[in-house]
Every structure is written in C-alpha cells, then in structure tokens.
Design a protein around this ligand. Structure first.
Ligand code: PEP
Ligand code: MN
Length: 263
C-alpha cells in the first residue's frame, strides 16, 4: 500500500487544513516538550510569525533514563492544543503507548510515532485505526525498507494518512547526535507515494548544523522540515542543546521558504 505501484501519484495528507506532500511545504516547529503556558505562547507566536504551519511539543516523552522528565501527560496535550490552535496552527504530538492512542487523538491533529517506537507493531496497529494522520519517524537503526514496512502496518489498518520523517541514524561518529541521511528523501520518493519530511534537530543535535541540513533536505525534495525551537534552551525540559532560538528559526524559515519557491 505504501508503494508507487499501489498509488502512482504523490499523496497529499491533510492535517486539519494544512496539506503535506504534492509540493506543499510543511513547517513543523515547537519545543521538544510541552512546558509552561506563557513559554508555549511565546514560542508559538514566534514560530507562527516565521511561517510555521504546524506546532509540535511532546506530552509523553520517551526518555533514555526513566528518571528524566517524562512529559506533562494529559495536561500537556491540552496545553499544546490550546496554544497551537490559539495561534492558528494544528498540533502534532507523540504517542508512545497503544493504550494512549484515543487520548492523544482527542487533543491532537496529528499523531507522532517516535524513532524509538517505529517498530512497536502494537502501537502502529492502533494508530492505524485512528482517524488522525500519523507522522512516522525513522528508527535510528532502521533501513528504508523497514520504515516503509512500518508505514504498511498503519496503512493496512485503513489509515492512509501517513507522513514519514528522516531524523538521523546511528553512526560511529559522535560529532553529531545522529547521522543525517539526506538520501533517504529521494529514495523514499522513488519507492513510495507517501510524503517525507526531515528533522535536522534530532538528526544533528547541533543548532549550528540545522540550517544547512534543513536546506539540504528541501533541495533533496523533502515535503517539510521539523525543527525544535525554545526561547531559553538552557532551561528546556528536554533537548535544549539542539533547540534553535526563535530568531534563529525565523532566519532559517525565511531561507526555507525562498528555496521552496525556487523548487
Ligand atoms: C521528538 O520529536 O522529540 C523525538 C523524541 O524524536 P525522535 O523520536 O526522532 O527521537
Ligand atoms: Mn526532541
């Protein structure tokens, strides 16, 4: 179902009015975790002014350590929705557990399946039954065919609204958090009708490398770019070191929009 044989035209996924794929540029931005309300409003206002059309934030955080901040849960979902919608942006947030799909669907416009859960087949089956579009992130050690098979789990349940995301894969090199696999973008487009976006934030883990990788992703044909933004990265509850400041996001957002017009 994910292949071009099944569906020769590029799919266009509608996320509460925001279209992803088929030449539309998805600009997803927001903090890694949902945080204080006034901070969420500040970040949303800034990214929206810069051109972001989808607002992100995690309320259920898959953390390496069980002692690290795990997210605000339902209160965070509510806050993300209220803030995103107040600034005119549909919201995308991660669901980590099949038992939470109904709850997260209630508050969000798009469900994110994170890299660590790409092959959580029970979760994929459950989001496949949801009405919400799904952002499926590539596992850090997953091949492109693994990624497409995981999309297949969702599609085969009847949910045809899947967007893929290249967010970097494991490598030997510790200079970047992951290795940004830009070739994944044209490769997915050769094999599948599903849109694919890039996430240079998790792919590099380095604010100084995010703009170049965002532009490289778009030049390679990505249908959108996902970037983490925080107004005070030093106090961020998660992923502060890779966050762009709002003014840095505005700069790269303006470059992305210019490039997208040329493509
Ligand atoms: C995230 O989007 O904050 C996240 C945890 O991403 P990934 O699953 O790609 O690590
Ligand atoms: Mn993050």
């Amino acid at each position: 179902l994910a292949s071009l044989d099944a569906h020769p035209e590029p799919s266009v996924i509608d996320v509460s009015g925001v279209k992803i794929g088929g030449g539309n540029l998805a600009m997803i931005a927001g903090p890694c975790s949902v945080e204080e309300e006034d901070r969420m409003h500040r970040i949303a206002e800034a990214v929206s002014a810069a051109g972001a059309n989808l607002f992100r934030g995690g309320a259920f955080k898959p953390r390496t350590s069980p002692y690290a901040f795990q997210g605000m849960g339902e209160e965070g979902l509510k806050r993300l929705r209220d803030v995103g919608h107040a600034h005119g942006m549909p919201v995308v947030t991660e669901v980590t557990d099949p038992r939470l799909v109904d709850l997260v669907s209630e508050y969000s416009d798009m469900l994110q399946v994170g890299a660590r859960n790409m092959q959580n087949f029970a979760l994929l089956t459950e989001v496949g039954k949801s009405e919400r579009p799904v952002l499926l992130k590539r596992g850090m050690s997953a091949s492109i065919s693994d990624l497409l098979m995981c999309a297949e789990y969702i599609l085969s349940q009847g949910n045809m609204n899947v967007v893929l995301c290249e967010r970097g894969i494991k490598s030997f090199d510790t200079a970047t958090r992951n290795l940004f696999d830009v070739a994944a973008v044209p490769l997915v487009h050769q094999l599948s009708h599903l849109p694919i976006i890039v996430d240079p934030s998790h792919a590099t883990g380095r604010p100084d490398l995010i703009p170049a990788c965002a532009m490289a992703g778009l030049a390679a044909g990505a249908d959108g770019v996902h970037i983490e933004v925080h107004d005070c990265p030093e106090v961020a509850k998660s992923d502060g070191p890779q966050a762009l400041l709002p003014e840095q996001y505005a700069e790269v957002a303006s470059q992305m929009r210019k490039l997208a017009e040329l493509l």
